[in-house]
Design a protein around this ligand. Structure first.
Ligand SMILES: [Zn+2]
Length: 324
């Protein structure tokens, strides 16, 4: 290499370094994320989470999603590119398939499903927060709760209400080509049937039972697979900050739900949460129940994050409204 070449190479390397620094700087602070508890800053540094390591990654055609076979007949459809790291589950029986949540609506959820099964799925939402219903509009068969909350959310959300969640600091990964922050919205969808507590959905060699779990949201529900000793928990439990403080959340109802789910510990070995990690031990049902009890009995200290009380437990926290 002659001297001129060496200088050019050095300059190129330096400019790459400079660009990397500038990029890093843009992402090094995400003060835009408010009201989401501790540990939200630089959230992407936790990625990739080691919890996904043991599972078989299933190839599919969109970079936005990561798909894993977490158990026989259970696919986790993960969106690690956005702060919520939402997980939707495709549960496949011998006759029917069920899609538990449809994600953010950033990628093409229907295409993911079509690449995994020939069965046309029934969609059920763990609740109707924006990050679980984004792909609902692509599906014809959607079962939901007979509540005002579900009904209101089925009308979709305009860009003004959801733009925040796809702004700088919330998205870490390259979004699909067609995606635009300015146009992102949640499209309306139509329920085909109401479901209620205890209802069973037969998929063929697999039965799922609806367990209503209000608290995080008024229409929150879990799906229980008694035979395989699994509970799909939605946002009622995942191993991170649990939100009992959002508009529509009800702390007392959440505490009652936690007490009720605490009794499932003998029936369930694994939980399949809707965020961050796909399979966690059911011991968390007991810990969550104990956590809510400790808060209600004021036997635990809290810290204040963004004006909310946050109670720290082993492997998760609970955020409640107000700081006193
Ligand atoms: Zn939620």
């Amino acid at each position: 290499m002659n001297k001129t070449n060496a200088v050019v190479v050095t300059l190129v390397l330096l400019s790459y370094l400079l660009i990397a620094c500038v990029n890093h700087d843009q992402h090094s602070s995400n003060q835009q994320i408010k009201n989401r508890g501790e540990g939200k800053d630089n959230w992407w540094q936790k990625l990739p989470r080691s919890a996904w390591g043991p599972f078989e990654r299933i190839p599919q055609s969109q970079d936005w999603f990561e798909v894993y076979r977490v158990l026989p007949g259970v696919f986790a459809i993960y969106e690690p590119g956005q702060f919520d790291e939402v997980i939707s589950y495709l549960i496949v029986g011998t006759e029917k398939a069920l899609l538990f949540d449809t994600g953010l609506g950033i990628g093409d959820m229907k295409r993911v499903v079509t690449e995994l099964t020939e069965l046309v799925p029934i969609v059920i939402n763990s609740h109707t927060h924006y990050d679980h219903i984004g792909g609902n509009y692509q599906f014809d068969t959607i079962y939901g709760t007979d509540t005002e909350y579900t009904k209101t959310n089925s009308y979709g959300k305009p860009n003004e209400e959801v733009q925040e969640f796809v702004a700088e600091g919330w998205i870490w990964k390259q979004t699909p080509e067609k995606f635009s922050v300015a146009e992102y919205h949640i499209k309306p969808f139509q329920l085909s049937k109401f479901i209620s507590d205890g209802e069973k959905i037969e998929l063929g060699k697999r039965t799922l039972e609806v367990v209503m779990t209000p608290g995080h949201a008024p229409d929150a529900l879990c799906l229980l697979d008694r035979e395989h000793r699994l509970l799909f928990t939605g946002d009622t439990f995942y191993p991170a900050s649990l939100y009992a403080h959002l508009p529509g959340s009800d702390f007392e109802a959440y505490a009652q739900t936690a007490a009720m789910l605490g009794q499932f510990i003998d029936d369930v070995d694994k939980l399949l949460p809707a965020h961050n990690e796909p399979l966690v031990d059911s011991v968390y049902l007991r810990r969550m129940h104990e956590g809510f009890e400790a808060i209600q009995d004021s036997t635990i200290e809290f810290k204040v994050t963004d004006g909310n009380r946050e109670y720290m437990f082993e492997g998760f926290s609970i955020i409640a409204n107000g700081s006193n």
